[in-house]
Ligand binder design. Structure first.
Ligand SMILES: Cc1cc2nc3c(=O)[nH]c(=O)nc-3n(C[C@H](O)[C@H](O)[C@H](O)COP(=O)(O)O)c2cc1C
Length: 264
């Protein structure tokens, strides 16, 4: 399947088949994809604890609180706790050296590149190390990694949903993560109980409202031809809700015994 169709097909899947465990090899594929995502300075600050319902302790399972996702956590065979390890930045200089030795960084002779790295780039990064540990660029890296993992999961027939939680500190402590860790989100993983369309493609704001060309206030022009091409390639799909979605939600609620009805 082409990347365009994968992007178009992916949905946040909130209803999982609770009886079907996920193969650990598939989770590894997700993590391998996350590991390959781009990180500033190659620091690799994205980390995760994978919690598998079939093998995790009750204590660990109970520690995964996400108030607007109660039934999702309960149904999911796997929950990935993604976090950012700020201490990774302490090893920034070595990551840059590796990049240079890999031929990814700089130009000129290797000797000149090494000299420039040691005398220019590494001191700059070293002087702003603490600032770089604050929320910002690192979260962008982590988002890229989680997106890779999400698309990999889709390719493997799995559904996922990212869940925000205000209990990040509590979860960090419960899981025994170091103080330097910043819990980002929980991602449920499982085989979807929903149909592949999951009710249709979810709404988004207008392209021109989100993105601009050359100047603030100048909406990025949206070509009809491009839209038609992306529709043909199945990246842009029928919008939600498809006519049968309400019936599907009723069916899912009963089949999965989700009580009381609502969001949680
Ligand atoms: C960082 C992040 C946090 C999210 N938190 C929640 C959440 O707490 N509960 C939930 O049901 N969905 C959550 N979502 C899923 C979004 O609500 C979802 O992306 C949105 O409904 C659009 O649907 P789609 O992903 O199928 O296109 C989150 C998504 C992201 C990326």
């Amino acid at each position: 399947m082409e990347l365009r169709e994968v992007i178009g097909n992916r949905r946040s899947i909130r209803f999982m088949r609770p009886y079907r465990p996920v193969e650990i090899e598939k989770i590894q594929c997700m993590l391998e994809a996350a590991r390959l995502a781009s990180h500033w300075g190659n620091v690799g600050s994205l980390r995760a604890v994978v919690v598998m319902r079939e093998s995790a302790s009750d204590e660990v399972l109970d520690s995964l609180q996400a108030p607007i996702a109660g039934f999702q956590i309960r149904l999911a065979p796997v929950v990935i706790v993604w976090y950012l390890e700020t201490a990774a930045i302490d090893d920034q200089a070595n990551r840059l050296r590796e990049l240079l030795e890999a031929g990814a960084l700089g130009f000129g002779t290797q000797e000149a590149r090494r000299e420039a790295l040691e005398t220019q780039l590494i001191p700059i990064f070293g002087s702003i190390g603490d600032a770089l540990k604050q929320p910002g660029l690192g979260e962008v890296d982590c988002g890229q990694g989680i997106a890779h993992a999400t698309l990999m999961a889709y390719e493997l027939g799995l559904g996922t949903c990212c869940l925000g939680t205000p209990h990040t500190e509590q979860i960090r402590e419960n899981l025994g993560l170091p103080d330097s860790a910043r819990v980002l989100l929980l991602q449920t993983v499982g085989y979807p109980a929903e149909s592949a369309e999951a009710g249709g493609q979810r709404p988004r704001q207008d392209l021109g409202e989100l993105f601009q060309l050359n100047a603030y206030g100048n909406p990025f022009p949206r070509s009809e031809e491009v839209i038609e091409e992306l529709e043909r390639d199945r990246m842009l799909q029928d919008p939600a809700p498809l006519p049968w979605r309400e019936a599907e939600l009723d069916f899912l609620q009963q089949a999965l015994d989700i009580e009381p009805p609502g969001l949680l």
